[in-house]
Design a protein around this ligand. Structure first.
Ligand code: CDP
Length: 227
């Protein structure tokens, strides 16, 4: 049976990664989180104290940076130059810096190249902001996940608390809204649904319902391809 490329895009905390992880498990596909790569890149720039305006040092960083997503049964690991940064990149300072650094052309070019290398063979679910529009415009299935800002902030707070990180609802809500605005209005690869994306509003859906809904679309697509 053909192994599809499935793109899931949408704003922060709309349910992309939770859904993608479970759906990938169900289908025996690889789950790739493109946001984690921008986050790792932002962390590398922070550690080396590189300003976003310093294009020369940024170019050098991009030449040498090694970002890998390593499969592990209890959640993928993100390695930055062989160091496990899975936990660190989820902190809120990195969310903001990732959104800033991802406005830059050289950064996007490098990340898109790596993402295409990882996903080209199919049998992959990749989530992010521009997967259906830029990274894999020919993906067989594209989803655009949305949810109200209040629900997304509530979910992100829950996630942060589970990880033992700080979470103030009003601050999280404000930061999500600011980041969505920056991601949607930037010149390069702004967050927007591909014209052939299926919109999924997860505001009132449980995780199980979300996964089941996407799974049905995948089955439908696979059945059509067999015929
Ligand atoms: O998990 P959350 O939805 O909060 O964010 P993320 O998917 O980890 O992405 C972090 C940031 O990376 C986003 O706010 C975007 O600015 C950027 N990003 C991007 O520009 N393109 C992607 N394909 C994925 C993420």
């Amino acid at each position: 049976m053909k192994r599809l490329i499935i793109a899931i895009d949408g704003p922060a905390a709309s349910g992309k990664s939770t859904t993608a992880k479970l759906l990938a498990k169900q289908l025996g596909y690889l789950y790739l989180d493109s946001g984690a790569m921008y986050r790792a890149c932002a962390l590398a720039a922070l550690e080396q104290d590189i300003a976003h305006s310093d294009i020369a040092r940024l170019d050098k960083l991009l030449e040498t940076i090694d970002i890998r997503i390593e499969y592990s049964p209890d959640g993928n690991k993100v390695l930055l130059n062989d160091i496990d940064v899975t936990k660190r990149i989820r902190e809120e300072d990195i969310s903001r810096l990732a959104s800033d650094i991802s406005t830059l052309g050289p950064v996007r070019e490098k990340m898109v190249e790596l993402q295409r290398q990882m996903g080209n063979e199919g049998g992959v679910i990749m989530d992010g902001r521009d997967i259906g529009t830029v990274v894999f415009p020919h993906a067989e299935l594209k989803f655009f996940m949305i949810a109200s800002a209040e629900e997304r902030a509530r979910r992100r707070c829950e996630e942060l608390i589970v990880k033992g990180l700080e979470a103030d609802y009003e601050t999280v809500l404000k930061e999500l809204q600011e980041r969505d605005k920056q991601d949607s209005t930037r010149a390069l690869a702004p967050l927007k649904p591909a014209t052939d994306a299926i919109e999924i509003d997860t505001t009132r859906l449980s995780i199980e319902e979300q996964v089941e809904l996407l799974y049905q679309y995948v089955q439908e697509k696979l059945n059509k391809q067999v015929k």
